[in-house]
Design a protein around this ligand. Structure first.
Ligand SMILES: Nc1ncnc2c1ncn2[C@@H]1O[C@H](COP(=O)(O)OP(=O)(O)O)[C@@H](O)[C@H]1O
Ligand SMILES: [Mg+2]
Length: 312
C-alpha cells in the first residue's frame, strides 16, 4: 500500500473514478455548510461540538459523515435539519439559509419513529396530507413510495407487525415522500442485525439511484461508509473538526464483496489512520455532557420533485 510522506495510506483514483468525481463536482451545490460551530453550555461547562466545519454537497451526491463517538455527527445533522441552532456559521440549502425545520429536508433516525397507531400507508401519507395542494392524491402518492421501497403489500399493516428493516423502509418512504432536496440519515441501520443492514444498504442504493435526492448519511461503520459514499466527511472529536473530505476511489457499482479490493483496503486504512490518529486530543476545557439525540421524533416532511438525471 502506498503512503504519503505523513504516513497516511494514499488513495489513487482510476481515470473513470476521476471523471466521475469531476462530473459530480460540476453539478449544482445543494448544501453549503460554512464555518459552522456549535458550543453547548451546560451548568457553566462548555463543549465545542463543532468548530469551523465547512463542506459542500452536490446534487445527487451521497455524502457519509464518520468519526469517533462524540465528534459531533448528530449535532451536525440536527443543525442541518433545523432541529438545533449553530453558535456561528451558516448553512445554505439551494442558496437559501437554513433557519429551522423545513420540507426541503427529510430525516431518518436510528430509532423507529413511525406512528404506532397508524398503518404503514397512513404513516407515509402523514406529511403528504399536511402539504396536500389538491393536486397529487396523498394516498396514491403514498402507494407509489411504498412500492419504491418494496412494501406495497404491507400498506395496511401496523408498525408493530413489521421487522426492524421494514420499519426503516417505511421511515425512508415517509422521509422521501415529500421529495425533499436532501435526505438526512443518522445511523439509520445501526440497530439492525448484520444481514438486514447489508440488505438495507443495497436497498438504499437502489432508491438513491432512482430518485433525485442528495443524501447525508451519518455512520460509525467505516465499511458502510465506503460501500455507500461518493465522499466521506471525516470528523475528529473535541472539538468536532473536519479532518478530511475524502473521495472514495472504489468504483461503482459497489458490493459488499468489494471489501477485499485494493482500493477498498486503502480507503479503510486511511480512514482508520485519520480517525484513530485523532483520538485522545481533548480540549482542556471541554466536557462530555449527556446529549444523545438520535431518537428525537421528527415531523414528517412534504414536497414533491420529479427529476431523475443520471448519477453515474
Ligand atoms: N444537547 C446537548 N447538550 C450538551 N452537550 C451536547 C448536547 N448534544 C451533544 N453534546 C455534546 O456534543 C458533542 C458531540 O455530540 P454528538 O453530536 O452527539 O456526537 P456523535 O453523534 O458524533 O456521537 C459530545 O461531546 C456531546 O456530549
Ligand atoms: Mg450520534
Amino acid at each position: 500500500m502506498r503512503t504519503e510522506p505523513n504516513g497516511l495510506p494514499s488513495l489513487e483514483q482510476s481515470p473513470a473514478v476521476r471523471d466521475r468525481f469531476q462530473r459530480l463536482k460540476a453539478r449544482d451545490v445543494i448544501l453549503d455548510v460554512r464555518n459552522l460551530s456549535k458550543t453547548f453550555s451546560v451548568k457553566g461547562k462548555s463543549t465545542t461540538a463543532l468548530r469551523n466545519v465547512s463542506f459542500t454537497t452536490h446534487r445527487r451526491e451521497f455524502l457519509c459523515v464518520v468519526g469517533a463517538s462524540g465528534c459531533g455527527k448528530s449535532t451536525l445533522i440536527r443543525i442541518i435539519a433545523g432541529l438545533d441552532q449553530q453558535t456561528s456559521g451558516e448553512i445554505l440549502l439551494d442558496d437559501r439559509p437554513v433557519v429551522g425545520p423545513g420540507s426541503d429536508r427529510g430525516m431518518v433516525f436510528q430509532g423507529y419513529t413511525l406512528f404506532p397507531w397508524l398503518t404503514v400507508k397512513k404513516n407515509v401519507m402523514f406529511g403528504l396530507e399536511m402539504s396536500y395542494d389538491g393536486k397529487k392524491d396523498p394516498e396514491m402518492a403514498a402507494s407509489q413510495w411504498l412500492d419504491l421501497v418494496g412494501l406495497a403489500k404491507f400498506a395496511n399493516h401496523y408498525p408493530h407487525q413489521l421487522s426492524g428493516g421494514m420499519k426503516q423502509r417505511v421511515a425512508i418512504a415517509r422521509a422521501i415522500a415529500n421529495q425533499p432536496r436532501i435526505l438526512l440519515m443518522d445511523g439509520p441501520f445501526g440497530a439492525l442485525d448484520a444481514q438486514t443492514r447489508s440488505r438495507m444498504q443495497k436497498h438504499l442504493m437502489e432508491v438513491w439511484r432512482k430518485i433525485d435526492i442528495t443524501i447525508v448519511f451519518v455512520t460509525h461503520d467505516l465499511d458502510e461508509a465506503i460501500l455507500l459514499a461518493d465522499r466521506i466527511l471525516v470528523l475528529k472529536p473535541h472539538p468536532g473538526e473536519v479532518i478530511e473530505l475524502m473521495e472514495v476511489p472504489v468504483p461503482r457499482t459497489r458490493a459488499t464483496e468489494d471489501l477485499t479490493s485494493q482500493s477498498y483496503a486503502a480507503t479503510k486504512a486511511r480512514l482508520e489512520a485519520l480517525i484513530h490518529g485523532s483520538e485522545g486530543h481533548h480540549d482542556a476545557n471541554s466536557t462530555d455532557a449527556a446529549g444523545e439525540a438520535d431518537d428525537e421524533p421528527y415531523p414528517a416532511l412534504v414536497r414533491l420533485t420529479d427529476v431523475a438525471d443520471s448519477i453515474d
